[in-house]
Design a protein. Structure first.
Length: 88
């Protein structure tokens, strides 16, 4: 368990330090894993970050702040950006 936590911390650090101007972290409210619905929590490391640098959108258990269509469009844009970076 402790090794997993340290690996998660390392991956979070890598993500944060590679951000140029802004870092957007997302998480799903619910997901289906092996046929069972799960309700994951946001990363435990967000609490370790300076709170004055964090802007939290949406609310736990509340309505999504964007529609499914907007979310899909945003995801498609991120995937296109990642694909373009992979080619360069």
């Amino acid at each position: 368990e402790e090794d997993n936590v340290e690996e998660e911390r390392r991956l979070m650090y890598v993500g944060i330090t590679r951000a140029k101007r802004q870092l957007t972290l997302t998480h799903c409210v619910k997901r289906k894993k092996q046929g069972t619905w799960q309700f994951p929590e946001p990363s435990r490391f967000i609490d370790e970050m300076p709170q004055e640098d964090i802007k939290i959108l949406g609310r736990k258990g509340g309505e999504p702040i964007v529609s499914k269509e907007e979310g899909r469009s945003h995801l498609a844009g991120m995937l296109d950006m990642l694909a373009a970076k992979g080619k360069g």
